[in-house]
Design a protein. Structure first.
Length: 311
């Protein structure tokens, strides 16, 4: 079994650049430190350092070992911090990754029910590219990933995609920009300045196909991985932009923009990706239930939600 004390001594020397400097920081003699590293190399059966003159340089194996040691001790520091801040009352830890293609408003609405459980929940939310979040999910650093697509088939991660809902898209423009266009919907988009989601967004390809089907040639003036940044540019009047119809009223109110049209021929989908086939984590169950009963209720019988639309 790996001796973590010896690994820490190796890590300290690699970071300090010399045994003498590391021994001063660890309050150990250089002889003790050198002996510990020798024992580690012997147990691993590899050389971790090469002596070049008076300097120590990492071998290729040493650099690999250092990368793992960095991660091991970072996780150790996170554990210490988590234990120091652990409250006296019990709480449920909920670690969720949000694909950066998911609008922040949608993510907020999906995650809010988890904070309303009877047992207190501490949420740790991380935003990144989907592929990196799935790696974190696979090694159990995350309990859930929110994404705008199901788990890609080519991903070498065993997980399950739970559809939360979908909706059409709505087109917005700053009022003075909207007033410049007199054509009927959807021809208003032809040759108009357009802000579109980046290539990582699942809605990108269906949107471009819809433009072709409608024989529309908008003038693409910006592409954005971050939907919030796209909305900021749209609010400034740089171009027309889209958002999921389920949050159309909120986007219009918060950004002071005008709805110029809507289509259900292009949809945005949202998924909860987990390592479990059946949802059992109480926070995940709350998210799933609320998504179906409230946020995307228009997809189910008895719904009264109507999306804004101009024809």
């Amino acid at each position: 079994m790996l001796n973590y004390k010896q690994l820490h001594h190796f890590w300290a020397v690699a970071k300090a650049g010399s045994i003498v400097r590391a021994s001063e920081r660890l309050n150990l003699t250089p002889q003790t430190l050198s002996g510990q590293i020798g024992l580690l190399e012997e147990s691993l059966g590899v050389a971790l350092f090469l002596r070049v003159g008076r300097r120590l340089e990492l071998t290729e194996t040493g650099r690999l070992t250092l990368s793992y040691a960095d991660e091991i001790f970072q996780v150790g520091n996170e554990l210490e911090e988590a234990l120091r801040s652990y409250p006296e009352s019990h709480f449920i830890s909920f670690r969720v990754g949000v694909d950066d293609a998911v609008p922040k408003s949608i993510a907020y609405r999906l995650l809010t029910p988890a904070m309303a459980l009877a047992d207190p929940v501490r949420i740790v939310c991380r935003e990144d590219k989907l592929v990196r979040l799935l790696v974190e999910l696979a090694i159990q650093r995350l309990d859930l990933v929110l994404a705008d697509r199901p788990m890609p088939a080519e991903t070498n991660v065993k997980g399950y995609s739970h559809k939360l809902g979908d909706c059409g898209i709505t087109f917005f423009a700053e009022p003075r920009l909207a007033a410049q266009f007199k054509q009927a919907w959807p021809h208003i988009l032809d040759s108009a300045p357009m802000l579109i989601p980046g290539k990582e967004a699942a809605v990108r390809i269906p949107l471009m196909r819809w433009f072709d089907a409608q024989q529309l040639r908008p003038r693409i003036v910006g592409e954005f991985d971050d939907s919030a940044l796209m909305q900021a540019f749209g609010q400034a009047g740089i171009g027309i932009f889209i958002a999921p119809s389920v949050i159309a009223d909120e986007v219009q109110r918060e950004h002071g923009v005008t709805i110029i049209g809507q289509t259900d021929d292009v949809t945005e989908q949202f998924y909860a990706i987990s390592m479990e086939r059946r949802l059992t984590h109480p926070a995940v169950v709350a998210i799933n239930d609320t998504a179906h009963r409230k946020l995307f209720a228009n997809l189910y019988p008895g719904s009264t939600h109507k999306a804004n639309r101009q024809n």
